[in-house]
Design a protein around this ligand. Structure first.
Ligand SMILES: Nc1ncnc2c1ncn2[C@@H]1O[C@H](COP(=O)(O)OP(=O)(O)OP(=O)(O)O)[C@@H](O)[C@H]1O
Length: 257
């Protein structure tokens, strides 16, 4: 499944937060959205998962505008892991992940053995099996993040939208989550701050600056010294990771150069 954004703009209080953004994430791709704080990454993603309504442009799933698809159908096709993973009630981990199965059910249809199997399997994929009965509100930030990823997996959607999925995670779990997302082979768009992780795991990147896409392409094409200075205001040397052979950024203060 493909998700595309065409000429999307979004304004808050007369300020254009997103300005005529266009991008496409093809079937099975993992695409990173990178950009400095406040560049509009979360706002763009919120438009893509329909929490915000763009004031111009169109967002399509496989060529169908998301405004023409009903909420249940959208929930089957699209899962979201956002930075705000608060829940209204004190559910346990099992119940939270089970909610991911809701779009696949008819009204009041009871949970099945298969649902339970899917939930347990998703939990084990994020290394959280022993947390199944724990209260969600009592988990650490990183544990909550992994539960929300498990819920997205249990949802079985073909498109995943992740807003800073590695936020809160220790380095082991950052790598584990991105490996897992790769293995799932879903169409995935993720806002990422860690540019080396983005370079390692993403097929392509879009760079957002002040609400506009200023560069796109493979990590190697996009992450140039010039762009990093201009957009992120950092000095960088660009090398190759000795194991992954992906490009690797070495940041430094200007006076070190
Ligand atoms: N509800 C709101 N009201 C007013 N301004 C907002 C609102 N939401 C976002 N903004 C502004 O829009 C801009 C983009 O915010 P957004 O959260 O999309 O950026 P971001 O790239 O995700 O940032 P970060 O990397 O810090 O998470 C910021 O200047 C922010 O202050």
């Amino acid at each position: 499944m493909e998700i595309s954004v065409e000429d999307v703009s979004y304004t808050i209080f007369d300020k254009k937060i997103i300005n005529q953004v266009s991008l496409t994430i093809h079937h099975g791709e993992l695409v990173g959205i990178i950009g400095p704080n406040g560049s509009g990454k979360s706002t763009l993603l919120k438009n893509m998962y329909r929490v915000l309504k763009p004031d111009g442009g169109v967002i399509q799933l496989d060529g169908r505008s998301i405004t023409d698809i009903n909420t249940k159908e959208i929930a089957k096709q699209l899962s979201v892991v956002s930075q705000e993973s608060s829940v209204a009630f004190d559910f346990n981990v099992f119940e939270i992940i089970l909610m991911g199965r809701t779009p696949h059910k008819k009204f009041l249809q009871p949970d099945t053995v298969e649902d339970e199997h899917i939930v347990r399997n998703a939990l084990s994929q994020v290394n959280m099996s022993e947390y199944i009965d724990k209260r969600f509100t009592q988990l650490s930030g990183g544990e909550k993040q992994r539960v929300m990823i498990a819920r997205a997996i249990a949802q079985g959607a073909k498109v995943m939208i992740l807003d800073e999925p590695t936020n809160h995670l220790d380095i082991h779990h950052q790598l584990q989550v991105l490996e897992l997302i790769r293995e799932l082979q879903v169409t995935c768009v993720a806002a990422l701050h860690d540019l080396n992780l983005a370079a390692c795991y993403c097929d392509r990147l879009y760079v957002l600056n002040q609400g506009e896409i200023v560069a796109s392409g493979t990590p190697k094409q996009v992450l140039t010294k010039e762009l990093l200075k201009e957009v992120f205001n950092v000095h960088v040397e660009i090398g190759t990771h000795p194991v992954t052979k992906k490009i690797h950024l070495f940041y430094h203060a200007e006076e070190d150069a």
